[in-house]
Write a protein that binds this ligand. Structure first.
Ligand code: ZN
Length: 194
């Protein structure tokens, strides 16, 4: 599996592109769409959302207008936030965004597995605290943590839905999951756990 990163213009959030020869592309989160287009080997299969905050989802409308069949993967809280510009905070960023409510959303949770490619699946872990929609995805030797763990940055728990205790428990889980894996956070570059 190949992994590429695009840094988004909003808050430097990351979109990760996962590819497999002849099997298309998956995204982890979605901000700016134009820089992704030349990097997407078709078909674009879906987007795994680490959480439904605006800086990690703001490209979804544009993306779906180009690739209508794309699957959106999140948990129940993420689904709710995708459909509510106040919950996903976009209403506070001058460009209210809500996903069209007829678009299919794959609701997953702790313990679920999303098949990505023939030899790659994403194992889903609930890691709330930053936001109830926070999911961490383990894919082989790689861990995608969103904003539940950003190396060197204290987890933000002051936004609506934030929970300090839950964030601390999630960090402990992520530390265990990250052993011997490369961490791909919601902002910044990939790095081994340290
Ligand atoms: Zn966030």
């Amino acid at each position: 599996m190949t992994i590429n990163r695009v840094e988004n213009s909003m808050f430097g959030s990351s979109t990760w592109l996962l590819g497999s020869e002849g099997e298309g592309t998956w995204l982890v989160d979605c901000g700016d769409v134009e820089p992704l287009v030349p990097l997407i080997a078709p078909p674009l299969r879906g987007v795994l959302l680490t959480h439904a905050h605006f800086d990690h989802i703001y490209g979804l409308g544009h993306l779906l207008s180009r690739f209508p069949a794309v699957r959106i993967v999140t948990n129940a809280a993420g689904r709710e936030a995708l459909l509510d510009e106040y919950q996903n905070l976009s209403a506070y960023h001058d460009s209210p965004f809500r996903l069209a409510d007829d678009h299919a959303i794959d609701v997953v949770d702790e313990g679920d597995t999303v098949s990505l490619f023939n030899h790659a699946a994403a194992h889903v872990y609930a890691t709330p605290g930053h936001h109830p929609s926070c999911l961490t995805y383990a894919i082989g030797n790689h861990l995608f943590t969103g904003d539940a763990y950003i190396p060197g940055v204290k987890v933000v728990t002051l936004l609506p839905g934030g929970d300090k205790q839950a964030a601390a428990a999630s960090l402990e889980r992520i530390a265990r999951l990250a052993a011997r894996r490369i961490v791909h956070p919601g902002h910044g570059l990939a790095s081994p756990w340290r």
